[in-house]
Design a protein around this ligand. Sequence first.
Ligand SMILES: *Cc1c(COP(=O)(O)O)cnc(C)c1O
Length: 458
Amino acid sequence: MKTIIEPFRIKSVEPIRFTSKEERIKILENAGYNPFLIHADDVLIDLLTDSGTSAMSAKQWAGMMDGDESYAGSRSFYKFEETVRKITGDKYIIPTHQGRAAEKILFFIVGGEGKFIPNNTHFDTTRANIEFTNAEAVDLLVEIGKHPEQRADFKGNMDVDALEKFIIEKGSENIPLVMITITNNSGGGQPVSMQNIREVKQICSKYGLPLFLDACRFAENAYFIKMREKGYKDKSIPEICREMFSYADGATMSAKKDALVNIGGFLSLNDDELAMKCRNMLIVTEGFPTYGGLAGRDLEAVAQGLEEVMDEHYLQYRIRSTEYLGEKMIDAGIPIIEPPGGHAIYIDAKRFLPDVLPDKYPGQSIVCELYIEGGVRAVEIGSLMFGKYDKKTGRLISPPMELVRLAIPRRVYTQSHIDYVAEVIIEVFKNRDKLSGYEILYEAPILRHFTARFKKLS
Ligand SMILES: *Cc1c(COP(=O)(O)O)cnc(C)c1O
């Protein structure tokens, strides 16, 4: 088989700025050893997130020029609506400025005290929007999904038996809807199988509950189904997408992921009464239902992006480029979550730096060293992001895993950029004996990872 190439050529380029190692040591020190506080111009390869960082196509930019900025009834809205409806098959398509706005509207209406929302794994904004209404967000991931070193095809699946038990225990009247996140972002971008979606739907039907998809990476999930699930090899991606959505009664989506745009999102649903309530809420918080917090040009870019993301050459390149980085890590003996997911590689910091204990933030230590070694920006997902303090003893309670995420922006970096990233990580891995832990000097009471400042321990 020949090399899988980037399925595009480059028409417009954006220079990246080189810095010396000495400069980066100073920059990081000034940022309190927190890469969130570094000026993006001082980053060479930015793998902080795949959200809103996609490169748009010439057709998307052409669509931007063609956007209709009418307040009501914009032509761009109708194009957007038609494109989304072709994928989800739903009656009501409601644009929002990003994914969390769709979540906020939905859960403001169906959430509230005493309610429970099950999911394979809730993304953090979804959980936050549910908890904000005093409802409870519950993760029911299959057991294999919790073991980073074990390989399986669909580690994002929901535990169907646990779901049924949970519905019986809490009472279906207290569960307004069930959600499945495709792919499972918080679980490492691991896919969910069609069979699992179908089985969850059967349970939902049995108890009269609606099923919603958190569809941020629906096309990446569809590609995994095509590659890995029996009976889907010869189906087209749009066909697989239609089948996935056919089991759902609605969906929320951040267009900043698989719609290949820098801003946008939507809520898609079938229920007449719920849709009316959502639209009324939308008018209060986002805008009129034919623009929902976006410009007409944004709706054009989303519509075009949704067509492009289902292209098989694009998806083959996309999934392969993540896997390519993962293979280089595995070949060098670097511990990662296996197999690689769709949008990111997760380094297992506990196995990478066994001598730096969780309360000395091993993930942050790797993140800092990646920046110093090569100007690569990654993010810690471990004790810094999710650690909590014991109210009595004041001791840090760490989450089960200490990870470093390298998220791959869509259509942005070439194979040699990724080769370079691998070289940087391998160099850091070779010198891991010299890495030390960190101590927090300043932290905010919530979401501390964004603004915390550190001291390097010797
Ligand atoms: C990004 C994301 C969201 C939230 O979307 P925003 O556009 O960032 O508000 C929700 N769910 C998942 C799975 C995501 O990846």
